[in-house]
Ligand binder design. Sequence first.
Ligand SMILES: Nc1ncnc2c1ncn2[C@@H]1O[C@H](COP(=O)(O)OP(=O)(O)O)[C@@H](O)[C@H]1O
Ligand SMILES: [Mg+2]
Length: 139
Amino acid sequence: MEIAPGTDTSGEWDPEALGQVVANLLSNALKYSPAATPIDIRIVGDDEQVTLSVSDHGIGLGPQEAAQLFHRYARASGAVETGIPGIGLGLFLARGIVKAHGGTIRAESAGRGQGTTFEVVIPRTVPVEQATSATSSAL
Ligand SMILES: Nc1ncnc2c1ncn2[C@@H]1O[C@H](COP(=O)(O)OP(=O)(O)O)[C@@H](O)[C@H]1O
Ligand SMILES: [Mg+2]
């Protein structure tokens, strides 16, 4: 794990919800990569936002799959083929939490077997319009 020197890792966030996002990304990285390979966690930030990335050396993703994984019950074909169990809700929930914080989440892979990187960007303060819509969608 690497936190860029001097990075302030604090923000006005829901710690429990963001903890779920991190736990989801780490459990996926562990699930979808061989036990002996490292998982790299990187945190960098500036005045406005903090970026977290989680990279593994696992099964990777096929072309066009990266954008689909955040839909409810979505699983990539490679994951299904491995027989590793999953229901495809973790990233859907993670995206909801990140969006409610005014942030973005995306996946990137050079291809099947090439590992995967997930990147979460969260503003330090949730924009007012985002907080309002998150509240109303929760009601
Ligand atoms: N680190 C990863 N490497 C490769 N594929 C991944 C990774 N994380 C998630 N995925 C893909 O995204 C899908 C959705 O992830 P998620 O919603 O957490 O569901 P689950 O963990 O139940 O499979 C997974 O089924 C898998 O296809
Ligand atoms: Mg998962």
